[in-house]
Design a protein around this ligand. Structure first.
Ligand SMILES: Nc1ncnc2c1ncn2[C@@H]1O[C@H](COP(=O)(O)OP(=O)(O)O)[C@@H](O)[C@H]1O
Ligand SMILES: [Mg+2]
Length: 339
């Protein structure tokens, strides 16, 4: 490559849009309270999310159960339709696309589900399960498809003899490997991993985590890696976003987030982690109360009802996500007083 074309090439790369840009994403579920309800209530499961994932990058998404992680993931892969906001994949907003428009994107954005027991079709053998997406998308001649199925089994550490087995004949870890193989079948660029090891035996969780890491490197995949476990995310991800009641409260590179934590909620999550060295004294911040209902989230800062630092102003206005240090964003109006 000549010097000039190298410069042009680099310039083109720099202009490339992020792989995924989510802007102002909302998903409100409307629930009927019965015949006499004056107005329908809504569950604000996802309530204004902005996030960016670059090609080949792993973004971790952490937060307690019920904060909206799965809903966000399902919207990004468009298994669900957002109430508002944009989901730009390589610059194209797919938030409101119909099935026909979505077809090319279905190949590129895949999901691995939390529960490998319920997410695999019990009537299909492993081989047929992996063949199905190839057929649906008209990929390859029959012989090439068969080769691809074997390649997929190999990629996830399953053997040729697993080809004709049904899901119930596999262990939990093997089923999740199969779920990963199915997600890989169409050579996606982005995979939403929704708590991919939470339902698995602790003894095999690290095998699956390592497999996902190896695949990311080998195939240049980008991940949205959802977990309620901050230590897994630290191990897996380049950047981390912390979610509370439908919003992101803090986001930074994994190194920065663990080195300097700003948001009181992130601090509480981190303080609950076991410390490797038991002689080091740490103070666990115990949060009062439980996560409020997303049907009626507290006004202003959603965390204000449980925050040890909250003052009346916290429930008066919704804080913005502010860049506190380069690349480190925090949603809290009291940062100067509390950090
Ligand atoms: N289809 C639905 N209808 C109504 N409420 C829903 C639906 N799906 C999720 N929710 C609610 O949205 C909130 C977020 O759920 P979810 O995205 O599953 O959270 P997480 O994955 O972080 O545990 C919860 O209060 C849940 O009950
Ligand atoms: Mg979930």
């Amino acid at each position: 490559m000549s010097e000039l074309s190298r410069i042009e090439h680099t310039a083109t790369e720099m202009r490339l849009p992020a792989l995924l840009e989510v802007r102002g994403l909302k998903r409100h579920f409307f629930i009927d309270d019965g015949l006499f309800a004056r107005e329908r209530r809504s569950v604000k499961a996802v309530d204004g999310i902005d996030l960016t994932i670059r090609s080949g990058e792993a973004l971790g998404l952490v937060g307690e159960s019920g904060c909206g992680k799965t809903t966000l993931g399902r919207n990004i892969v468009r298994l669900d339709r957002p109430t508002a906001g944009a989901i730009r994949f390589e610059g194209i907003d797919i938030a409101t696309f119909d099935d026909r428009q979505l077809k090319p994107y279905r190949r590129q954005i895949q999901i691995i589900f939390q529960n490998p027991y319920s997410s695999l079709n019990p009537r299909l053998t492993a081989g047929n399960m992996l063949m199905e997406p190839l057929m649906l998308h008209g990929i390859g001649e029959p012989a090439a498809r068969r080769d691809r199925v074997h390649e997929l089994l190999r990629l996830v550490g399953l053997r040729a003899e697993h080809h004709d087995r049904y899901p119930h004949e596999f262990s939990g870890g093997q089923r999740q490997r199969l779920g990963i193989a199915r997600a890989l079948a169409l050579e996606p660029k982005l995979i939403v991993c929704d708590e991919p090891v939470s339902a698995l035996d602790v003894s095999i969780q690290s095998q699956i985590i390592n497999l996902l890491r190896d695949l990311q490197e080998e195939l240049g995949l980008a991940y949205l890696f959802i977990s309620h476990d901050l230590s897994v995310v630290e191990h897996m991800c380049d950047r981390v976003a912390v979610m509370y009641l439908g919003r992101i409260v803090e986001t930074a590179s994994a190194g920065d987030l663990y080195a300097k934590t700003y948001h009181p909620y992130t601090r509480a999550l981190l303080s609950a982690l076991p410390v490797p060295d038991p002689t080091v004294e740490t103070e666990e911040i115990i949060l009062e109360g439980s996560v409020p209902s997303p049907v009626n989230p507290p006004p202003g800062c959603h965390f204000s009802t449980r925050c040890p630092f909250a003052v009346p102003a916290c429930s008066a206005t919704t804080p913005e996500l502010v860049e506190r240090e380069p690349g480190h964003f925090v949603r809290c109006i009291r940062l100067d007083e509390i950090s």
